[in-house]
Each structure stands twice: as C-alpha cells, then as structure tokens.
Design a protein around this ligand. Structure first.
Ligand code: PAF
Length: 292
C-alpha cells in the first residue's frame, strides 16, 4: 500500500493502474477506521483490482459547535488496518491540499430536496459539505465504483442523487451496517460514549426494531408510531433529534406508492449524536419483509 498526500501524486499512480485495465474501487472515509469501514474495503476488493481509500476529516461538512476539532484522528493505526486489507492506495491529504484557497471561496455542490429533512434539517450545510468533498474526491480518484455504508442512509441517498443529477460515471454501492454484538451500529463517535452511555446505546437499534415489527404487523398510523418512539427514546435516556418513518426512495412521508420503508433515528446520548436506521419492504398485498 502506498500513501499519497497530494492530488498530483495519487492521480499519476492511479493512472498506471487504469492503463493496465484495472477497475478502480474507492472508499471515502474520515478515518478512525473500525470493522464497519473495513467491510466497505472488503466489498471494494470484491469489485475491482485497485482499491483506493481516502482519509480526510472534511471541515466543510462540520457546522459551528460540532465535533470537528475533537473528531478522532488515528492515521498510524488506520494505515495498518488498510494495509492488512490489501488496499492499493491511501489518499490522506491535508486541508490545504483539498482546499488550497481555504474553504470560504471553494465552489460547492448543493443537492436540493432530499437534504432538507432529517440530518439535513438538524445540520444545515452538512450535506453540501459532503457532496462537495465527495465530488472533489471523485474527480481526483475517478473511480469506477464507490462504496458507502448504509448507516448514513441519507448520505447514501444524497450521493446517489448527486451522481445521477450530475451524470457522474461512478457506480455507487451501499453496504449493510456493521453492528456490535448488542446491535449498536459501529461509528467513530461511539468512542465518545461513557460506560453508562455505552450501556444505553444499543436501545437505539432495539427501538428501531420494535417499531419495524409494529409496521410489519400492520400498524400504519406512522405519525402516532413516531410520537410513541420519541417517548421511548426519551425514557431510555436519549435526547431524540428525530425518529421518522419514511419512503426509502424520497425520505419523505410514506404514501400509497411507497415500496420500501426506512425508519431513521438521530438522538443524543450526553454530548454524542448517534444515528441509525432499519428498512422494510412493503409487499403489494400488505406483507412486509424486514431487512437490516
Ligand atoms: O461518511 C463519511 O465518512 C463522510 O461523510 C465522507 C463520505 C467520507 C465525506 O467526507
């Protein structure tokens, strides 16, 4: 594995792999890699010969008062894990390399509609920051395939829409959420949880599963279910941001046309904001199939 810190160096290296007919599979990350990230790298390896991983904590997607400064940075340990997974190139640029003129004058890409709800409503500008950096990374790496985790369900849908709207020649692949044994979705932010908070945290996924079960059993008063779930989350010790039962394609309210449902939650435990989701397929005759 070779680490590149410059756009020029990475582009030249990848060009040689592309010239040999290799497929370029790209996994963008912000580092502090855990098994969830490594499952994305494994998926990338299945889909092509040249796996490129980026580690860049992107200031443009953090709002004022968010955790940019204390976001965990563990480059040496990350490198070992990526090497062990057979990564071809690690791209680990500085902020100056990505935003040579600073973030202020940087052109930005905004993805309307789908970014206006859920995390987009609670974190104004976040998805513009994500879409902008992912566009830049796609232009630098020019991957055939890019792999993202389904834990960030809204992010995945935003990237899919961006790629579609902007005719980017990249296949976007979503990988199922990697969970601890007790069901907690793996996240770099889990490391911020105290022991007491870590003991409560798996309730997030349990509550999602309970409400998915209720929908699978035929309850379809979604507004009522959402209100109940917010109460359950508060009772468990969370400070809920949202608990929404949505059409998985639009991330808006479920309609008669909805085929797939996603239940998305964001909630704080102390100062840590956790997100998670579960999906279910609504079959034509009201039967449901529960997924991850
Ligand atoms: O999901 C993440 O880690 C980030 O949002 C991403 C996609 C690497 C963009 O900075």
């Amino acid at each position: 594995m070779k680490t590149h810190t410059t756009v020029y160096g990475l582009r030249h290296a990848i060009a040689r792999n592309r010239a040999q007919g290799q497929r370029i599979c790209f996994v963008p990350t912000m580092g502090n890699l855990h098994e969830g990230h490594l499952s994305l790298v494994k998926e990338a390896k299945l889909r092509g010969e040249c796996v490129v991983v980026s580690i860049f904590v992107n200031p443009l997607q953090f709002g004022a008062g968010e955790d940019l400064d204390c976001y965990p940075r563990t480059l040496a340990a990350d490198k070992e894990k990526l090497f062990a997974e057979g990564t071809c190139y690690l791209f680990a640029p500085t902020v100056d390399e990505m935003y040579p003129g600073g973030t202020g004058p940087q052109s930005q890409l905004s993805v309307p509609d789908i970014t206006e709800t859920l995390c987009g409503a609670s974190r104004p500008g976040h998805f513009t920051g994500v879409a902008t950096v992912v566009t830049k990374l796609f232009n630098i790496v020019q991957p055939d395939v890019a792999i993202f985790g389904k834990k960030d369900f809204q992010q995945l849908q935003v990237i899919r829409k961006m790629v579609d709207d902007m005719c980017m020649p990249v296949e976007v692949v979503g990988v199922d959420t990697h969970r601890a044994e007790d069901g907690l979705a793996l996240s770099s932010r889990n490391g911020f949880l105290s022991d007491d908070e870590r003991a409560i945290a798996p309730r997030l996924h349990q509550i999602l599963q309970e409400y998915r079960e209720a929908i699978a059993n035929g309850f379809d008063n979604y507004a009522e279910l959402e209100r109940h779930a917010i109460r359950d989350l508060s009772a468990a010790g969370f400070e809920p941001d949202y608990f929404n039962i949505c059409d998985a394609a639009t991330l808006r309210a479920v309609t008669a046309k909805t085929e797939d449902i996603v239940i998305l939650v964001a909630a704080r435990l102390g100062s840590t904001r956790l997100i998670d989701n579960v999906t279910l397929i609504l079959a034509p005759h009201g039967d449901c199939r529960m997924l991850g």
